[in-house]
Write a protein that binds this ligand. Structure first.
Ligand code: ADP
Ligand code: MG
Length: 365
């Protein structure tokens, strides 16, 4: 069992508080992705798990064992970095075998482990080559091989694909997901790329300024973002936020959106007052072209074939992006009307917290 528990982890560098009270329970064999903007504390948290950095307070438990003060080598973890430092003068085989040589592992077992890792990573044909003879993606696979042979309880990855070009990153995403299935291991993966997070994770931790904004499955974060930050971070193109004034709070939340449209949204209205300003979150893919609804000025239209992405404004200056059918009969410099279902709208208070949706009404027998 390789569960990973973080209990109230805090970290300060001098007077700078970088991590605030982070608690997470990661399950055995789970693939968890930490995602957030640059500087939010992802690497620091990963380095604390690895034992490369000490937490200011809090504890780390791996497989039921408190490792808060254990040395990195005694934690049963293995870390792969963005810059994969391979030894240029050693063969692929020796690069992968390196940590086992350090452990003085008997030859036969070492050989079996290196060959198995090479097989999983499709490096069998490359074992005698030097790193300089490999592509970027192959080199990153050698670095991953070096961490596989140690048979860690938990794999840690810090933006391992950031140095690769876009096409290769896409391929490696698929390979890493396959690797996770084959190894059946607990993995924690750090990235600032929400597409990597959405496509690879069993569950995602969204970090913002050293705090956990939300921890959930990709679809939970997409359909039920807890905060405006999560809503703006997850989903492509990004969610639109339209400022609105609260007109009524009985039987849902009735708002006047900037640009003049009125809607009643099925959300809890506790703590909301008439006259408050809220943000109505609308995903670009949740609107349809119609004869009424939101009035949008189209500034730029990108025809991608299957879809057309319209970039425009609602009201005076609020940006509004819409994802429409590829052959949508619209053009730049015109005004269009878009409808959106009330159930597809998210409402955020000025403090960024979402107003919970009303649960579906109970069926009357
Ligand atoms: P991320 O990986 O999310 O981009 P980091 O964990 O690297 O973010 O950094 C989080 C914050 O902690 C940043 O403001 C960074 O400047 C600061 N920081 C990281 N390491 C140190 C350090 N050794 N000394 C001082 N500040 C640091
Ligand atoms: Mg980092």
């Amino acid at each position: 069992m390789a569960t990973l528990n973080l209990n109230a982890i805090k970290k300060s560098f001098g007077t700078a508080d970088v991590l605030h009270d982070i608690s997470l329970a990661i399950e055995d064999k789970e693939f968890v992705v930490f995602v957030g903007p640059s500087g939010c504390g992802k690497s620091t948290l990963l380095r604390i798990i690895a034992g490369l950095e000490e937490a200011s307070s809090g504890s780390i438990v791996i497989g039921g064992e408190d490792v808060s003060h254990a040395a990195p080598v005694d934690r049963g973890i293995s870390m792969v970095f963005q810059s994969y430092a391979l030894y240029p003068h050693l063969s692929v085989y020796e690069n992968i075998a390196f940590p086992l040589r350090v452990q003085k592992m008997p030859k036969e077992e070492l050989d079996a482990r290196v060959k198995r890792a090479a097989d999983i990573l499709q490096l069998t044909e490359k074992l005698q080559l030097k790193p300089g003879q490999l592509s970027g993606g192959q080199r990153q696979r050698v670095a991953i091989g070096r961490s596989i042979v140690r048979e860690p309880k938990v794999f840690l990855f810090d933006e391992p694909l950031s140095n690769l070009d876009a096409a290769l990153r896409g391929d490696m995403r698929v390979e890493l997901s396959q690797l996770h299935r084959e190894l059946d291991a607990t993995m924690v993966y750090v990235t600032h790329d929400q597409v990597e997070a959405m496509t690879m994770a069993d569950r995602i931790v969204v970090l913002n300024a050293g705090k956990v904004e939300q921890f959930g499955t990709p679809m939970e974060l997409y359909h039920h973002p807890a905060t405006k930050f999560v809503a703006s971070f997850i989903g492509q193109p990004n969610m639109n936020f339209v400022p609105a004034k609260v007109r009524d709070i009985v039987g849902g939340l009735t708002v006047d959106l900037e640009g003049g449209h009125q809607m009643t949204l099925p959300v809890e209205t506790e703590g909301v007052q008439i006259g408050d300003t809220v943000d109505v979150g609308i995903r670009p893919e949740h609107v349809t072209l119609g004869d009424d609804g939101l009035e949008i000025s189209v500034n730029v239209l990108e025809r991608l074939g299957g879809v057309s992405i319209s970039y425009g404004t609602i009201g005076k200056t609020t940006r509004f992006c819409a994802s429409l059918p590829g052959d949508a009969p619209i053009s730049e410099g015109t005004t269009i009307r878009l409808t959106v279902a009330a159930e597809d709208c998210h409402v955020f208070q000025s403090n960024g917290q979402v107003l919970r949706r009303k649960s579906a009404p109970a069926l009357v027998a």
